[in-house]
Design a binder for this molecule. Structure first.
Ligand code: SAM
Length: 347
């Protein structure tokens, strides 16, 4: 096939991108991937009846999912099956499942993006327009306002860590640290990954009381005795003592001003030689890529995406020297900082 310059394929793919996303979201929400996983293939009629949907609508959905490589259609038996990728990442109880994150994208991010024009005009997130709520603090006023929304958000965070946590935990040699505190550590997923990869490391998960109270729903059987949970507000309360602090997907949620408040608190509790591991999607220095980070910024409230250089600048103001940067080629990158000896640079 020749590369036809007169056909705008990549633009057409962008135009259709939202249809592809919504096909995936809807199949996940209707539990199509779970259903197909428990059998060796189901006919259209069987799927339709088990997801309680029309045969016409189900056929359109399944065929669209086949075209996206999420399902396969086995002609001889006239059945649909999960592809290998769907089995690994879309079935809700698979170890690397993205199901929680997909539901968050469907129920929370999609409505926000339907107001993108307003977000651009007004320079603010559209939580109020989409959900009719004030959002002074996105977590306390939106995500944690209702138990079902809170669980959905926590499952979304948990599922991303399942996919990325091991790479982040293995990004650096952390053997000199004995205790760690995962600030905003949510379900403890990262803490369990860290204890798995670093024998002997004790990890404290620090998060808001409304999050910590749900910890049992996400408890891992691995190294449970080495992970403890402490409830508190990282802008107001004392942080637990540790010789390594983790800020995984925390800093991008906040303005430079709020980041300075938080980093000041971390810096105060750190002694020289303490580590600080930051895990985020790192933009390149020209802020051109990755698109994933720039898309995510479109629905942010007060946060922003930053490059490694920008994180280094922020952290240096609080006495942290950049030790190492790791582009993992997974969904999140990582940076390791070490608290310097002098207090001169503290703001
Ligand atoms: N670190 C986790 C991860 O990588 O999956 C969760 C990241 S999530 C984007 C942000 C986390 O920060 C949530 O668990 C949230 O509850 C927590 N958080 C937000 N505001 C907080 C505050 N003021 N004090 C403590 N934790 C807070």
């Amino acid at each position: 096939t020749c590369d036809r310059q007169d056909v705008p394929h990549s633009i057409m793919n962008l135009i259709d991108g939202f249809k592809a996303s919504k096909t995936l979201f809807t199949a996940a929400k209707l539990k199509v991937f779970d259903l197909l996983n428990s059998s060796n293939g189901l006919t259209l009629e069987e799927v339709a009846s088990q997801i309680n949907a029309s045969v016409f609508g189900t056929e359109r959905l399944l065929d669209a999912a086949v075209s996206l490589g999420l399902l396969e259609k086995v002609k001889q038996q006239d059945v649909y099956r999960n592809t290998e990728e769907a089995r690994r990442f879309l079935v809700s109880d698979s170890p690397l499942s993205l199901h929680g994150y997909i539901l968050h994208c469907n129920d929370m991010v999609w409505p926000l993006f339907s107001h993108l024009e307003s977000a651009v005009r007004e320079g603010t997130s559209q939580h109020e327009r989409a959900f009719g709520k004030m959002n002074k603090d996105m977590f306390q006023d939106v995500y944690y306002s209702q138990d079902d929304i809170k669980m959905r958000f926590m499952k979304a965070m948990h599922s991303i860590v399942k996919v990325t946590g091991k790479d982040v935990a293995m990004a650096f040699d952390l053997s000199s640290f004995k205790t760690a505190c995962d600030i905003g550590g949510c379900t403890g997923a990262m803490a369990y990954e860290l204890t798995e990869v670093h024998p002997g490391l004790l990890v404290t998960v620090f998060d808001l009381p409304r999050v910590i109270e749900m910890r049992r729903h996400f408890q891992s059987r691995a190294h449970t005795d080495r992970v403890t949970f402490v409830a508190g507000d990282f802008f107001k309360d004392d942080l637990p003592q540790a010789d390594l602090y983790i800020l995984a997907r925390i800093l991008h949620d906040w303005s430079d001003e709020k980041v300075h408040v938080l980093l000041n608190k971390v810096s105060q509790v750190c002694t020289p030689g303490c580590g600080l591991l930051v895990s985020e999607i790192l933009l390149d220095e020209e802020r051109r890529r990755p698109s994933r980070a720039l898309f995510q910024a479109l629905s942010m409230t007060e946060g922003k995406q930053r490059s490694a250089g920008e994180y280094s600048d922020l952290l240096e103001k609080h006495g942290f020297a950049t030790q190492d940067i790791k582009y993992t080629n997974n969904l999140l990158d990582a940076m390791l900082f070490i608290k310097e000896d002098s207090n001169d640079k503290r703001t």
